[in-house]
Ligand binder design. Sequence first.
Ligand code: B12
Ligand code: SF4
Length: 499
Amino acid sequence: MRVLLINPKFRLPIDTRTTPHLGLAYLAAMSERRGDEVVIFDADVEDEPVTEFVQRFRPHLVGITTNTPQIFQAWRTAKAIKEVHDVPIVLGGPHVSVVAENLDFESIEKPYVDMVVRGEGEETWVEISDKLEEFLKDRPTFSTEALMDPALDIWKGVEGLSYKTTDGELHRNPDRAPVADLDSLPWPAYHLFKMDRYTNLQPATDHLDGSRSFSMLTSRGCPYRCAFCSQSVMPIKWRARSPENVIEEWRHYVEDLDAVEIGILDDTANVRKDRLHKICDLLIANNLNHVPWIFVNGIRANIVDEPLLRHLKAAGLKRTAYGVETGDEAMLKRIQKREDKETIKRAFELTKKVGIETIGFFIIGLPGDTEETMQRTIDFAIELDPLIANFSMMTPYPGTLVYQIVKKEGRFLMKDWEDSVFFDTRARYEIWDTTAEIQEKMYRKAYRQFYWRPKYILRRIKDLDFWLNIGRNARIAYRTVFPRVEKEELKRQMTESSI
Ligand code: B12
Ligand code: SF4
């Protein structure tokens, strides 16, 4: 079968990185394992409109990934494809997986979306492909209408699937259990991406070849439940690949693909320290530690110690992020971070002491935040003094506790899902004393106060990478002062451009 997997065009209003979509890379690898002819169409890096490609490729099955801000583009893409080619269209990803808000139904209600896969998609995707292939066998002429015929109802029982039959009925099958054995999954199909069109993992900081930067997952899920974190796909059950399985993939990137950096995208890679120690041992023993690697999304500050950090450093870890979120002790409790300031401070001190660079993620405008508590967040960022401080405006994503609180007691200011992109100066909501005005003021202040410090500027300009990325760095600096103009322009460009 010919299978098309799409990342809808969605440029961010920040100078962020563009990396191959790991979720699509896993799905594509599953399709290849089945023997399908697979194309990944990442509209962010392609030159031609997807409709032209579809008319040429004539896929039997189309899958579109979507997070919350991307959902409109996903629908526009699905609609445009249906207009030129009769094919079943399946949506998957974090947005459509939020059953609590009926966001699977929100999509299948659209005439141009047939199915939604909720949660981790690999096994459901293969089951859909198997059933479709079976269906196509006896039918020389195909129509999606026949495929979704309620009399046949071939999708009944496919776990993790929501779908619409031609009589307009919406169906939600039971959830699928998370992938139990992560070692059984194939490696992400990087060979299907136009790798030379992507940036490296942290382009504002490193001047590296994007075509040789690879992301990996060594574990999935997170046992914590922070109030702001959208976890519709990755469940509370944390699962890990075996260290040996991780190292085999790592070796492939370093030895076969000449990787210049590796990014670990796990939600919480350090849940089990013994596993990380074993991975470090194997990286060193296999001489893979000369290629720098990064914990891109952060590790938990409450589960690090000096021996582990030293071992990680010896194994090649260059930089790690930590989700700090707030500098206010009471707020840390309210968001259920299950860490206190002292623990976070110690983690930063130890990480710097062993020579690993740090990134701090901070949130401005948590429900209940006041000017004082937000100032504490800025002050804490300055005290921790990471290489990069990433302040984001609190964005209540559907399915999170914060979203429920705002829905009940606050007021959303977002007009549509597209507005839920953060890294922009506009407040997304208001609640109690956490007004939009104060959030916006403190957000601007956070960037100014952190980045325009003489100490910080001096440190950065001594760094060669800073000068190699001078254009990008200048744009980022400009945006800390004038971000709103940029966002309007980017949103216009995105909605007006062809799909
Ligand atoms: C790495 C990452 C990024 C990277 C790279 C994204 C990329 N190209 O892959 C960057 C930094 C660019 C990024 C940006 C953003 N991200 Co991000 N990101 C992640 C992170 C940490 C890992 C993504 C990943 O690789 N997951 C592993 C793969 C295997 O999972 P997956 O992609 O979800 O795919 C699986 C399923 O969702 C499903 N599936 C997905 N698509 C499809 C399609 C079909 C057809 C099917 C059948 C199944 C299916 O099957 C896949 C395999 O199991 C996740 C957190 C997380 N744990 O997933 C957040 C996360 C996805 N990001 C999030 C957000 C909010 C953003 C931003 C909007 C933030 C912003 N700056 O404004 C942007 C949007 C970017 C964009 N262009 O759309 C949220 C999404 C929440 C939501 N409700 O949408 C998440 C969940 C973080 C969180 N916990 O809050 N992100
Ligand atoms: S923010 Fe990090 S630690 Fe908290 S629930 Fe999300 S992934 Fe887990």
